[in-house]
Design a protein around this ligand. Sequence first.
Ligand SMILES: [Zn+2]
Length: 351
Amino acid sequence: MFHLIVTVCLAASSQSCAPVLLPEGDAGDLANCEAGAARIAEGWMEGRTDLRAAGAACTANADLPAAPLQEIAPGVHVQLGEPVQMEQSANGRIANLGLVIGETVVVIDAGVSRAEGQALYVALRRLTDRPVSHLVLTHLHPDHIFGAGVFAEAGAEIVVHAALPDALAVRGPIYLENVQQLYPPAEWIGTEVPVPDRLVAGTERLELGGRALILTAHPLAHSESDLTAHDTGADVLFAGDLVFRQLAPVVDGSLPGWLDWLAAPPRPQPRLIVPGHGPVAEGWDQAVAPQRHFLEALAASVRQQIAAAVPMSLAVEAVADALSPLSGDWNDFDATIRRNATAAYKELEWE
Ligand SMILES: [Zn+2]
């Protein structure tokens, strides 16, 4: 397969350019790809006044950078992100992403940028030329959503938790700015805030022909928009950031809500669990035990400070101290423990 790659530069700076893959240009051979190239490139550039095209070319799939995927069950592929915080990463590719291949393909999370989404798309096209029917976003955080554009353009319906659009309307532009500040333009040119097509409020079944995914929207826990995807046939649960391994968990929803979620494992328990960050787990306990220990310790320590009427600024330092024995178990513990303690204090002081 050949892909149409447009060199796209920032209108404001001729030095800053990046290859943008336009899936509408996909073709089985070079001549067919080239035949549509100019029209498709022009169409995509229309309205994107902050960008400028500096040429288009058709490139064989094998010559493009592809995400490193591993097949963890038949037709289920994952890309493991580097389990560190975005600030510690050169390109923000820290989240785990997934593909489930039936008669159509479902992508689970798209990465931090157009570039990361494209690398996943190229890897997907090495495996199959079946249509990409859905992109499931497990929640609104930037490391999971900003690669969505390439999949939307490939025809995928973007499926999200019903609470995601309102939250994204407020935070999407801020997240995008953050990505633009952290990484060089070559990483983020062409990256846009995704526009969801379909909202999940309870449980929904996604049919992909020959297999199905059960999507479940969860109450406030890691975030306000946690959505899990369970491939019932292969028995793989994509947990999103409801499960952190190796990378210190970050509370952006509700600490008691998250502990409630951990206290009620899915029945029957899934065989494999793909966390939002860190290695794939075999079974529920391996997936969640260390995280539950961390979050329980956080809640207990914060409640102790609140009971002793310690003001927040002092309490946050005391909680960071109290939990420091756990710091060796978690990447970027120091970078997030105060944020976690602050969020927990604000929530738990109303109990
Ligand atoms: Zn997250």
